[in-house]
Design a protein around this ligand. Structure first.
Ligand SMILES: *Cc1c(COP(=O)(O)O)cnc(C)c1O
Length: 429
Protein backbone atom coordinates (compact mmCIF):
# COMPACT_ATOMS: atom_id res chain seq x y z
CA UNK A 1 0.00 0.00 0.00
CA UNK A 2 1.76 3.11 1.15
CA UNK A 3 5.27 1.74 0.74
CA UNK A 4 5.09 1.27 -3.01
CA UNK A 5 3.69 4.59 -3.95
CA UNK A 6 6.39 6.69 -5.59
CA UNK A 7 5.36 6.53 -9.20
CA UNK A 8 1.64 6.59 -9.91
CA UNK A 9 1.24 3.04 -11.18
CA UNK A 10 -0.63 2.44 -14.43
CA UNK A 11 -2.53 -0.34 -12.65
CA UNK A 12 -4.21 2.31 -10.49
CA UNK A 13 -6.24 3.73 -13.32
CA UNK A 14 -9.99 4.17 -13.40
CA UNK A 15 -12.63 2.37 -11.47
CA UNK A 16 -10.95 2.58 -8.07
CA UNK A 17 -12.42 6.01 -7.30
CA UNK A 18 -15.14 6.35 -4.71
CA UNK A 19 -18.03 6.78 -7.12
CA UNK A 20 -17.83 3.38 -8.76
CA UNK A 21 -16.36 1.65 -11.76
CA UNK A 22 -15.76 3.19 -15.15
CA UNK A 23 -17.86 6.29 -14.70
CA UNK A 24 -17.50 8.46 -17.80
CA UNK A 25 -16.52 11.24 -17.79
CA UNK A 26 -13.96 10.49 -15.08
CA UNK A 27 -14.54 11.62 -11.52
CA UNK A 28 -11.83 14.25 -11.89
CA UNK A 29 -13.33 15.57 -15.14
CA UNK A 30 -16.70 15.94 -13.44
CA UNK A 31 -15.14 17.81 -10.49
CA UNK A 32 -13.25 20.09 -12.87
CA UNK A 33 -16.35 20.83 -14.89
CA UNK A 34 -18.45 21.62 -11.82
CA UNK A 35 -15.69 23.73 -10.31
CA UNK A 36 -15.26 25.75 -13.47
CA UNK A 37 -18.99 26.27 -13.78
CA UNK A 38 -19.74 27.23 -10.17
CA UNK A 39 -16.66 28.35 -8.29
CA UNK A 40 -15.09 31.81 -8.35
CA UNK A 41 -11.92 31.71 -10.36
CA UNK A 42 -9.79 32.72 -7.38
CA UNK A 43 -7.57 29.65 -7.60
CA UNK A 44 -5.85 27.85 -10.44
CA UNK A 45 -5.91 24.25 -9.18
CA UNK A 46 -3.63 21.52 -10.54
CA UNK A 47 -5.49 18.74 -12.39
CA UNK A 48 -5.81 16.41 -9.42
CA UNK A 49 -8.28 15.84 -6.56
CA UNK A 50 -7.81 13.71 -3.48
CA UNK A 51 -10.10 11.12 -2.01
CA UNK A 52 -8.25 10.33 1.21
CA UNK A 53 -4.96 10.40 3.04
CA UNK A 54 -2.97 8.63 5.69
CA UNK A 55 0.10 10.13 7.31
CA UNK A 56 2.22 11.85 4.66
CA UNK A 57 0.41 10.05 1.84
CA UNK A 58 -2.60 11.08 -0.25
CA UNK A 59 -4.66 9.07 -2.74
CA UNK A 60 -6.27 10.80 -5.70
CA UNK A 61 -9.69 9.99 -7.16
CA UNK A 62 -8.08 7.45 -9.48
CA UNK A 63 -6.28 5.72 -6.61
CA UNK A 64 -2.79 7.01 -7.41
CA UNK A 65 -0.67 7.82 -4.36
CA UNK A 66 1.36 10.92 -3.57
CA UNK A 67 3.77 12.02 -0.87
CA UNK A 68 2.33 15.25 0.46
CA UNK A 69 5.16 17.75 0.96
CA UNK A 70 2.72 20.67 0.80
CA UNK A 71 0.52 19.62 3.74
CA UNK A 72 -2.17 22.09 2.69
CA UNK A 73 0.45 24.87 2.92
CA UNK A 74 1.91 23.99 6.31
CA UNK A 75 -1.52 23.12 7.72
CA UNK A 76 -1.69 19.33 8.08
CA UNK A 77 0.89 19.25 10.84
CA UNK A 78 -0.05 15.74 12.02
CA UNK A 79 -0.44 14.40 8.50
CA UNK A 80 -3.69 12.95 7.21
CA UNK A 81 -6.14 10.93 9.30
CA UNK A 82 -3.97 11.01 12.43
CA UNK A 83 -5.80 8.64 14.81
CA UNK A 84 -5.69 10.99 17.83
CA UNK A 85 -7.00 13.90 15.79
CA UNK A 86 -9.72 11.79 14.17
CA UNK A 87 -10.81 10.52 17.56
CA UNK A 88 -10.86 13.99 19.15
CA UNK A 89 -12.86 15.50 16.28
CA UNK A 90 -15.34 12.62 16.08
CA UNK A 91 -15.75 12.59 19.86
CA UNK A 92 -16.30 16.34 19.98
CA UNK A 93 -18.78 16.20 17.09
CA UNK A 94 -20.75 13.62 19.05
CA UNK A 95 -20.89 15.86 22.13
CA UNK A 96 -21.22 19.47 20.98
CA UNK A 97 -19.89 21.28 17.90
CA UNK A 98 -20.72 24.85 18.69
CA UNK A 99 -22.27 26.90 21.46
CA UNK A 100 -21.02 30.55 21.16
CA UNK A 101 -18.73 32.73 23.21
CA UNK A 102 -21.84 33.79 25.13
CA UNK A 103 -20.82 30.87 27.36
CA UNK A 104 -17.67 29.38 28.81
CA UNK A 105 -16.12 26.80 26.47
CA UNK A 106 -13.99 24.13 28.23
CA UNK A 107 -12.18 23.05 25.05
CA UNK A 108 -11.27 26.69 24.33
CA UNK A 109 -9.90 27.22 27.82
CA UNK A 110 -7.77 24.08 27.48
CA UNK A 111 -6.44 25.04 24.02
CA UNK A 112 -5.57 28.49 25.40
CA UNK A 113 -3.73 26.90 28.34
CA UNK A 114 -1.70 24.74 25.95
CA UNK A 115 -0.89 27.71 23.69
CA UNK A 116 0.18 29.80 26.69
CA UNK A 117 2.39 26.94 27.89
CA UNK A 118 3.96 26.53 24.45
CA UNK A 119 4.53 30.24 23.79
CA UNK A 120 5.02 31.86 27.18
CA UNK A 121 2.33 34.38 26.18
CA UNK A 122 -0.49 33.95 28.68
CA UNK A 123 -3.49 35.40 26.79
CA UNK A 124 -5.23 34.05 23.68
CA UNK A 125 -7.95 35.33 21.36
CA UNK A 126 -9.32 32.63 19.03
CA UNK A 127 -10.51 33.20 15.48
CA UNK A 128 -10.72 31.09 12.33
CA UNK A 129 -7.86 31.97 10.01
CA UNK A 130 -4.50 33.64 9.67
CA UNK A 131 -5.90 36.87 8.25
CA UNK A 132 -8.29 37.12 11.18
CA UNK A 133 -5.48 36.63 13.68
CA UNK A 134 -3.63 39.48 11.95
CA UNK A 135 -6.77 41.66 12.00
CA UNK A 136 -7.04 41.07 15.73
CA UNK A 137 -3.39 42.09 16.09
CA UNK A 138 -3.99 45.29 14.13
CA UNK A 139 -6.99 46.25 16.27
CA UNK A 140 -5.10 45.40 19.46
CA UNK A 141 -2.08 47.46 18.36
CA UNK A 142 -4.23 50.47 17.46
CA UNK A 143 -5.98 50.44 20.80
CA UNK A 144 -2.66 49.97 22.60
CA UNK A 145 -1.12 52.89 20.70
CA UNK A 146 -4.00 55.24 21.50
CA UNK A 147 -4.07 54.23 25.15
CA UNK A 148 -0.33 54.35 25.84
CA UNK A 149 1.14 56.86 23.34
CA UNK A 150 -1.74 59.08 22.26
CA UNK A 151 -4.35 59.38 19.55
CA UNK A 152 -1.76 59.79 16.77
CA UNK A 153 0.01 56.52 17.56
CA UNK A 154 -1.91 54.25 15.21
CA UNK A 155 0.68 53.43 12.56
CA UNK A 156 1.81 49.88 11.84
CA UNK A 157 5.18 49.19 10.25
CA UNK A 158 5.53 45.99 8.23
CA UNK A 159 7.96 44.62 5.67
CA UNK A 160 8.14 44.41 1.89
CA UNK A 161 7.66 40.85 0.71
CA UNK A 162 5.68 40.06 3.85
CA UNK A 163 2.36 38.25 3.59
CA UNK A 164 -0.32 38.72 6.23
CA UNK A 165 -3.56 37.67 4.55
CA UNK A 166 -6.27 38.79 2.13
CA UNK A 167 -8.67 40.84 4.26
CA UNK A 168 -8.34 44.60 3.82
CA UNK A 169 -6.45 45.23 7.05
CA UNK A 170 -4.11 42.28 6.61
CA UNK A 171 -3.65 43.30 2.97
CA UNK A 172 -2.70 46.82 4.04
CA UNK A 173 0.15 45.25 6.04
CA UNK A 174 1.10 42.90 3.20
CA UNK A 175 4.14 44.00 1.26
CA UNK A 176 3.30 42.48 -2.13
CA UNK A 177 2.07 45.09 -4.56
CA UNK A 178 0.21 42.76 -6.93
CA UNK A 179 -2.02 41.51 -4.09
CA UNK A 180 -2.82 45.06 -3.01
CA UNK A 181 -3.15 47.20 -6.12
CA UNK A 182 -6.54 45.95 -7.43
CA UNK A 183 -8.23 46.59 -4.08
CA UNK A 184 -7.09 50.06 -3.20
CA UNK A 185 -7.91 52.16 -1.29
CA UNK A 186 -6.72 50.04 1.60
CA UNK A 187 -7.03 51.19 5.22
CA UNK A 188 -4.47 53.93 5.95
CA UNK A 189 -1.88 53.91 8.73
CA UNK A 190 0.55 51.33 7.36
CA UNK A 191 4.21 51.82 6.43
CA UNK A 192 6.46 49.38 4.65
CA UNK A 193 10.20 48.87 5.11
CA UNK A 194 12.52 46.47 3.28
CA UNK A 195 12.94 43.17 5.19
CA UNK A 196 16.35 43.00 6.90
CA UNK A 197 16.80 46.78 6.69
CA UNK A 198 17.23 48.01 10.26
CA UNK A 199 18.18 51.50 9.11
CA UNK A 200 14.87 51.84 7.29
CA UNK A 201 13.14 50.53 10.41
CA UNK A 202 14.89 53.18 12.54
CA UNK A 203 13.60 55.84 10.18
CA UNK A 204 10.04 54.46 10.06
CA UNK A 205 9.38 53.74 13.74
CA UNK A 206 8.57 56.76 15.89
CA UNK A 207 5.96 58.48 18.03
CA UNK A 208 3.19 57.54 15.60
CA UNK A 209 4.05 53.83 15.58
CA UNK A 210 1.80 51.49 17.57
CA UNK A 211 3.36 48.26 16.29
CA UNK A 212 5.90 46.57 14.06
CA UNK A 213 4.42 43.49 12.40
CA UNK A 214 6.70 41.01 10.60
CA UNK A 215 7.09 37.32 9.88
CA UNK A 216 10.12 35.67 11.53
CA UNK A 217 10.43 33.69 8.28
CA UNK A 218 8.76 35.18 5.21
CA UNK A 219 6.84 32.19 3.91
CA UNK A 220 4.96 33.24 0.80
CA UNK A 221 8.00 35.15 -0.48
CA UNK A 222 9.85 31.86 -0.82
CA UNK A 223 10.82 30.93 2.76
CA UNK A 224 13.17 33.76 3.67
CA UNK A 225 14.28 33.49 7.30
CA UNK A 226 14.82 36.77 9.10
CA UNK A 227 18.23 37.03 10.77
CA UNK A 228 18.42 37.09 14.56
CA UNK A 229 20.12 40.48 14.25
CA UNK A 230 17.25 41.99 12.25
CA UNK A 231 14.50 40.55 14.46
CA UNK A 232 16.28 41.51 17.69
CA UNK A 233 16.92 44.97 16.27
CA UNK A 234 13.22 45.42 15.51
CA UNK A 235 12.34 44.25 19.01
CA UNK A 236 14.77 46.75 20.57
CA UNK A 237 13.39 49.51 18.37
CA UNK A 238 9.85 48.69 19.50
CA UNK A 239 10.91 48.75 23.15
CA UNK A 240 12.59 52.11 22.68
CA UNK A 241 9.45 53.64 21.13
CA UNK A 242 6.83 51.89 23.23
CA UNK A 243 5.48 50.14 20.13
CA UNK A 244 4.30 46.54 20.12
CA UNK A 245 6.59 43.93 18.59
CA UNK A 246 4.14 41.65 16.80
CA UNK A 247 5.15 38.50 14.95
CA UNK A 248 3.06 36.84 12.28
CA UNK A 249 3.69 33.14 12.95
CA UNK A 250 0.68 31.98 10.96
CA UNK A 251 2.99 29.81 8.83
CA UNK A 252 5.91 29.27 11.22
CA UNK A 253 4.05 28.65 14.47
CA UNK A 254 3.16 25.41 16.24
CA UNK A 255 6.27 23.35 15.61
CA UNK A 256 6.84 24.03 11.92
CA UNK A 257 10.37 25.40 12.36
CA UNK A 258 11.45 22.86 14.97
CA UNK A 259 10.52 25.14 17.87
CA UNK A 260 7.01 25.59 19.26
CA UNK A 261 7.24 29.12 17.81
CA UNK A 262 9.95 30.47 15.54
CA UNK A 263 10.58 33.46 17.82
CA UNK A 264 11.96 31.04 20.43
CA UNK A 265 14.79 30.09 18.07
CA UNK A 266 16.20 33.60 18.52
CA UNK A 267 15.22 34.16 22.15
CA UNK A 268 12.79 36.93 21.15
CA UNK A 269 10.06 38.26 23.42
CA UNK A 270 7.25 39.47 21.19
CA UNK A 271 4.29 41.33 22.66
CA UNK A 272 1.84 39.47 20.44
CA UNK A 273 1.96 36.55 18.01
CA UNK A 274 -0.53 35.50 15.31
CA UNK A 275 -0.92 31.75 14.65
CA UNK A 276 -3.24 29.71 12.45
CA UNK A 277 -2.16 27.33 9.68
CA UNK A 278 -0.79 24.29 11.52
CA UNK A 279 -2.70 24.92 14.74
CA UNK A 280 -5.76 22.82 14.00
CA UNK A 281 -4.01 20.14 11.94
CA UNK A 282 -6.49 20.90 9.13
CA UNK A 283 -9.45 22.18 11.13
CA UNK A 284 -9.76 25.94 10.54
CA UNK A 285 -8.59 27.92 13.57
CA UNK A 286 -6.54 31.04 14.21
CA UNK A 287 -5.24 32.61 17.39
CA UNK A 288 -3.69 35.84 18.57
CA UNK A 289 -1.45 35.38 21.60
CA UNK A 290 -0.36 38.33 23.72
CA UNK A 291 1.23 39.49 26.92
CA UNK A 292 -1.19 40.04 29.78
CA UNK A 293 -0.93 43.83 29.87
CA UNK A 294 -1.28 44.13 26.10
CA UNK A 295 -4.25 41.78 25.79
CA UNK A 296 -5.99 43.78 28.53
CA UNK A 297 -6.56 46.56 25.98
CA UNK A 298 -9.39 44.60 24.39
CA UNK A 299 -12.50 44.58 26.57
CA UNK A 300 -16.04 43.24 26.01
CA UNK A 301 -17.47 44.70 22.81
CA UNK A 302 -14.10 45.49 21.21
CA UNK A 303 -13.66 42.33 19.18
CA UNK A 304 -15.18 38.93 18.65
CA UNK A 305 -15.93 36.04 16.32
CA UNK A 306 -18.99 33.82 16.07
CA UNK A 307 -17.00 30.69 15.30
CA UNK A 308 -13.78 31.73 17.04
CA UNK A 309 -12.61 29.14 19.53
CA UNK A 310 -15.52 26.80 19.02
CA UNK A 311 -15.37 23.39 20.70
CA UNK A 312 -14.60 21.44 17.52
CA UNK A 313 -11.68 23.60 16.41
CA UNK A 314 -10.28 23.82 19.93
CA UNK A 315 -10.52 20.07 20.52
CA UNK A 316 -8.46 19.60 17.35
CA UNK A 317 -5.94 22.29 18.34
CA UNK A 318 -5.47 20.68 21.75
CA UNK A 319 -4.42 17.40 20.12
CA UNK A 320 -1.99 19.18 17.80
CA UNK A 321 -0.47 21.24 20.61
CA UNK A 322 -0.09 18.25 22.93
CA UNK A 323 1.60 16.24 20.18
CA UNK A 324 3.82 18.86 18.59
CA UNK A 325 4.91 21.41 21.19
CA UNK A 326 7.22 19.17 23.20
CA UNK A 327 10.51 17.32 22.99
CA UNK A 328 11.52 14.96 21.52
CA UNK A 329 8.91 15.72 18.84
CA UNK A 330 10.45 19.13 18.04
CA UNK A 331 13.96 17.66 17.93
CA UNK A 332 12.72 15.24 15.29
CA UNK A 333 11.31 18.12 13.24
CA UNK A 334 14.74 19.76 13.34
CA UNK A 335 16.53 16.51 12.38
CA UNK A 336 14.15 15.77 9.53
CA UNK A 337 14.45 19.36 8.33
CA UNK A 338 18.25 19.05 8.35
CA UNK A 339 17.99 15.78 6.41
CA UNK A 340 15.71 17.37 3.81
CA UNK A 341 17.88 20.47 3.44
CA UNK A 342 21.07 18.40 3.16
CA UNK A 343 19.40 16.24 0.51
CA UNK A 344 18.35 19.29 -1.49
CA UNK A 345 21.85 20.71 -1.28
CA UNK A 346 23.24 17.37 -2.47
CA UNK A 347 20.87 17.45 -5.46
CA UNK A 348 22.02 21.03 -6.10
CA UNK A 349 25.70 20.03 -6.13
CA UNK A 350 25.00 17.06 -8.39
CA UNK A 351 22.73 18.76 -10.93
CA UNK A 352 23.53 22.46 -10.62
CA UNK A 353 19.76 23.08 -10.73
CA UNK A 354 19.35 24.19 -7.10
CA UNK A 355 21.13 27.43 -6.27
CA UNK A 356 20.08 28.01 -2.67
CA UNK A 357 18.30 26.11 0.10
CA UNK A 358 16.79 28.06 2.99
CA UNK A 359 14.50 27.54 5.92
CA UNK A 360 14.08 26.22 9.41
CA UNK A 361 12.77 22.87 10.58
CA UNK A 362 10.29 21.53 8.06
CA UNK A 363 9.66 24.83 6.27
CA UNK A 364 12.11 24.87 3.40
CA UNK A 365 12.60 26.94 0.26
CA UNK A 366 14.83 25.98 -2.65
CA UNK A 367 15.80 28.39 -5.42
CA UNK A 368 16.11 26.79 -8.85
CA UNK A 369 17.76 27.67 -12.13
CA UNK A 370 14.56 26.69 -13.94
CA UNK A 371 10.79 27.20 -13.71
CA UNK A 372 9.55 25.96 -10.34
CA UNK A 373 6.04 25.35 -11.65
CA UNK A 374 7.44 22.93 -14.28
CA UNK A 375 9.19 21.06 -11.46
CA UNK A 376 6.00 21.08 -9.37
CA UNK A 377 4.14 19.43 -12.28
CA UNK A 378 6.92 16.93 -12.95
CA UNK A 379 7.09 16.00 -9.27
CA UNK A 380 3.32 15.57 -9.04
CA UNK A 381 3.32 13.30 -12.08
CA UNK A 382 5.89 11.18 -10.22
CA UNK A 383 3.90 11.09 -6.99
CA UNK A 384 5.26 14.02 -4.96
CA UNK A 385 3.40 17.20 -4.01
CA UNK A 386 5.44 20.39 -3.56
CA UNK A 387 4.53 23.97 -4.43
CA UNK A 388 6.09 27.10 -5.87
CA UNK A 389 5.55 30.33 -3.90
CA UNK A 390 7.81 32.16 -6.40
CA UNK A 391 8.49 31.48 -10.10
CA UNK A 392 11.90 29.94 -9.36
CA UNK A 393 11.41 28.80 -5.78
CA UNK A 394 10.03 25.52 -4.44
CA UNK A 395 8.56 25.25 -0.95
CA UNK A 396 8.63 22.00 1.01
CA UNK A 397 6.47 21.77 4.12
CA UNK A 398 5.59 18.12 4.80
CA UNK A 399 3.55 17.03 7.82
CA UNK A 400 5.64 17.30 10.98
CA UNK A 401 5.06 13.56 11.38
CA UNK A 402 6.95 12.74 8.16
CA UNK A 403 9.44 9.85 8.40
CA UNK A 404 13.11 9.60 7.33
CA UNK A 405 12.13 7.10 4.63
CA UNK A 406 9.52 9.50 3.26
CA UNK A 407 12.03 12.37 3.23
CA UNK A 408 14.47 10.18 1.28
CA UNK A 409 11.77 9.02 -1.11
CA UNK A 410 10.68 12.62 -1.74
CA UNK A 411 14.29 13.64 -2.42
CA UNK A 412 14.60 10.82 -4.95
CA UNK A 413 11.46 11.91 -6.78
CA UNK A 414 12.45 15.57 -6.66
CA UNK A 415 15.88 14.80 -8.13
CA UNK A 416 14.20 13.01 -11.06
CA UNK A 417 11.63 15.78 -11.50
CA UNK A 418 14.36 18.41 -11.61
CA UNK A 419 16.45 16.51 -14.14
CA UNK A 420 13.51 15.74 -16.40
CA UNK A 421 12.30 19.36 -16.25
CA UNK A 422 15.80 20.56 -17.08
CA UNK A 423 15.98 18.11 -20.00
CA UNK A 424 12.68 19.24 -21.52
CA UNK A 425 13.66 22.83 -20.83
CA UNK A 426 16.82 22.32 -22.90
CA UNK A 427 14.84 20.63 -25.69
CA UNK A 428 12.56 23.65 -25.89
CA UNK A 429 15.42 26.13 -25.86
C1 LIG B 1 -1.18 32.03 5.21
C2 LIG B 1 -0.72 33.22 5.95
C3 LIG B 1 -1.62 34.22 6.36
C4 LIG B 1 -3.07 34.20 6.01
O1 LIG B 1 -3.74 33.11 6.55
P1 LIG B 1 -5.22 32.74 6.03
O2 LIG B 1 -5.62 31.63 6.94
O3 LIG B 1 -5.09 32.35 4.60
O4 LIG B 1 -6.04 33.96 6.22
C5 LIG B 1 -1.12 35.26 7.12
N1 LIG B 1 0.18 35.33 7.43
C6 LIG B 1 1.07 34.40 7.05
C7 LIG B 1 2.50 34.52 7.45
C8 LIG B 1 0.65 33.32 6.27
O5 LIG B 1 1.54 32.41 5.87
Amino acid sequence: MSGSGAAPGPEAGRGTGPSGPDSAPSDLERVRELSERHLFGTYAPAPVAFARGEGTRLWDLEGRTYLDFVAGIAVSSLGHAHPDLVQAIAGQAGRVLHVSNLYHIPEQAEAARLLAEASGLPKVFFCNSGAEAVEAAIKLARKWGRATKGSEAVEIVSAAGGFHGRTLGALAATGVERYRAPFEPLPPGFRSIPYEDLEAAEAAVGPRTCAVLVEPVQGETGVVPGTAEFLRGLQALCRRHGALFVLDEVQTGVGRTGAAFAFQRHGLEPDAVAAAKGLGGGVPIGALLAREEVAAQLVPGDHGSTFGGNPLACAAAAVVLRTVCREPFLARVRELGDRLRAGLERIGRKTGLVTEVRGAGLLIGADLTLSASAVVDAARERGLLVNAPRPRTLRLAPPLTVTEAEVDEALGILGEALESSAASHTELA
